[in-house]
Structure formats: structure tokens, C-alpha cells
Write a protein that binds this ligand. Structure first.
Ligand code: AMP
Length: 278
């Protein structure tokens, strides 16, 4: 496994792989790797000759009052997990390597970046789109692996890939969960024992929303069903919404539905979602 910290070395190494006809699968992360991340690496390993993992806690996608400084970092643990997952190249850039100019060019996301997560976290998706665009220019992957856990991120990145004409295939992997349904997240490390118990309310809310949707409930009924469950647990709801999974607009009468939830458990903000085919 090659551990690389500079863009120059990364290009040189992957250029050789590409010249020799090897396909490249790319998994971008912010580290503190857990089995959710490992499922993306396993999918990339299955599909490609070369697997590239990036670990970069991207300051641009955190708001000024968010948890950038406190975000979990575990370089040694991540390298051991990457090795065990059969990763070929780990890219671990410093912030100055990724953002050489203050006030330089960025990617701006339109409507999709300003609703839901984008409304609660202004600028977040510009940060995500910018770092993913930069990483794709550095790695030039054949395939990009993303988790369904971050459903709006998937929609934003897929749209950006089309809008900015990146020739990259996106592979979306299902959300990996704890036995009680809590979606794995690096931020779960912030939860106290009591908060950890209450955090499963997000998944129970999604299940309740699914039952309401499957028995023909209108979006407002489904949203109410989700809201009731989280509020019973003393978890503070940010939003519970039903949308069209591609446009993130209000759903039409037929086709799949995406149930989205964001809530605060103590000081920790968690998100989850559930795709329902109709
Ligand atoms: P992050 O390190 O949080 O930026 O996540 C890196 C990638 O892992 C993103 O594509 C996430 O959607 C994905 N991911 C995070 N948690 C999970 C999970 N529980 N199941 C599947 N994928 C996940």
C-alpha cells in the first residue's frame, strides 16, 4: 500500500497505473474509518484494478460553528484499516496541499445545495462539491464510490459530475447500520451512552414513515409519522421530509420516494434516510 501526501506524487503514481491500462476506483472520506467506509472500499476492490482512498477532513464543508476542530482523526487506525481492506493508494493531503490559494476558485452548487442539509448548513455543499471535484481531477478515477447514508451529497455529486462533464461512473453503496438501525457515522463517537440509545429513534422514525408511505399516506402524513417518533425520544428534529430521490423536489404521484431525517441528539447532529420504491 502506498501512502501519498502530495498531489505531484499521486499523479505520478496513478499515471503509471493508467498508462498500463489499470482501472481506478476512488473512495473519498474524512477518515475515522468504520464499516460503512469499509463497504465502499470492498465495492471498489471488487470492481477495479487499483483502489484509491483519500482521507481529508475538508475545512471548506464545515460551517464556522461546526465541529471541524473536534472531528475525529485517527491516521494510524485508518492506515491499518485501509491495509486490511486491500487499498492500493492512500492519499492523505495537508490542508495547504488541497487549498494552495486563499480566495481561489470554488465550485458553487445551485438549488440542490441550498435546500434541506444545505439550508441547515449554508455553504456545506459548495465545500463538498469543490473538494470532490479537486480530488477527481487529482485521481482521475474510472469509478467513484459514495454512501447512500449521505443521500443529498450523492445527488449533489452526481449532478456536478454531469454539469461539469466529469467522465466518472458513480457507484452508490447501501447504508451500513448498527443492529438497532443507527446508521454508522464517524460522528456517533460523540454520543454518550444515553444519547447512543436515543439516536436509534432516527431509524425508528424512518420505519414509521415507511409504514405510513406504504399504506398510501400523503407526504405530510409520512412526515408527521417520522416527527412523532423522534419527538417521543426527546431528540430535537431539524427536518423530516419526503422528496423525489433525484430532484429532491416534492414527490410526484408515482415513482420512488426518499425519506430524509436530520436531528440533534444532545449536541450531535445526525442524518439518515430511507429509499422506498413504489
Ligand atoms: P465521510 O467520511 O463521512 O465523509 O464519508 C465518506 C463516505 O462514506 C461517504 O460517501 C459516505 O456517504 C460514506 N458513508 C458514511 N457512513 C456510511 C454508512 N453508514 N454506510 C455506507 N456508507 C457510508
Amino acid at each position: 500500500m502506498r501512502v501519498i501526501r502530495s498531489v505531484r506524487d499521486l499523479r505520478r503514481t496513478l499515471g503509471r497505473d493508467r498508462d498500463e491500462g489499470r482501472t481506478i476506483g476512488f473512495v473519498p472520506t474524512m477518515g475515522a474509518l468504520h464499516p460503512g467506509h469499509l463497504s465502499l472500499l470492498a465495492a471498489a476492490r471488487r470492481d477495479n484494478d487499483v483502489v484509491v482512498l483519500s482521507v481529508f477532513v475538508n475545512p471548506m464543508q464545515f460551517g464556522p460553528s461546526e465541529d471541524f476542530a473536534a472531528y475525529p482523526r485517527d491516521e494510524a487506525g485508518d492506515l491499518a484499516a485501509a491495509q486490511a481492506a486491500g487499498v492500493d493508494v492512500v492519499f492523505l493531503p495537508a490542508t495547504e496541499e488541497m487549498y494552495p490559494h486563499d480566495g481561489g476558485a470554488v465550485v458553487h452548487v445551485g438549488r440542490l445545495g441550498t435546500i434541506l442539509e444545505g439550508a441547515s448548513r449554508p455553504g456545506h455543499f459548495d465545500g463538498v462539491a469543490t473538494v470532490v471535484a479537486k480530488l477527481m481531477n487529482m485521481v482521475s478515477p474510472d469509478r467513484l464510490y459514495l454512501g447512500q447514508k449521505d443521500a443529498q451529497q450523492v445527488a449533489v455529486v452526481k449532478a456536478m459530475i454531469e454539469d461539469l462533464s466529469f467522465g466518472v461512473d458513480v457507484v452508490v453503496c447501501p447504508t451500513v447500520r448498527e443492529p438497532d438501525g443507527l446508521a454508522l457515522s464517524s460522528r456517533n463517537a460523540y454520543l454518550s451512552d444515553g444519547e447512543r440509545q436515543r439516536a436509534a429513534a432516527l431509524w425508528r422514525a424512518l420505519q414509521s414513515g415507511r409504514r405510513a408511505a406504504e399504506s398510501g399516506g400523503a407526504p405530510d402524513v409520512v412526515e408527521k409519522a417520522m416527527k412523532t417518533v423522534v419527538e417521543e425520544e426527546g431528540v430535537v428534529l431539524d427536518y423530516a421530509r419526503v422528496v423525489d430521490p433525484v430532484s429532491f423536489a416534492s414527490p410526484s404521484g408515482s415513482g420512488p420516494l426518499l425519506l430524509l431525517i436530520a436531528a440533534r441528539v444532545g449536541p450531535t447532529r445526525l442524518i439518515d434516510n430511507l429509499l422506498i420504491s413504489r
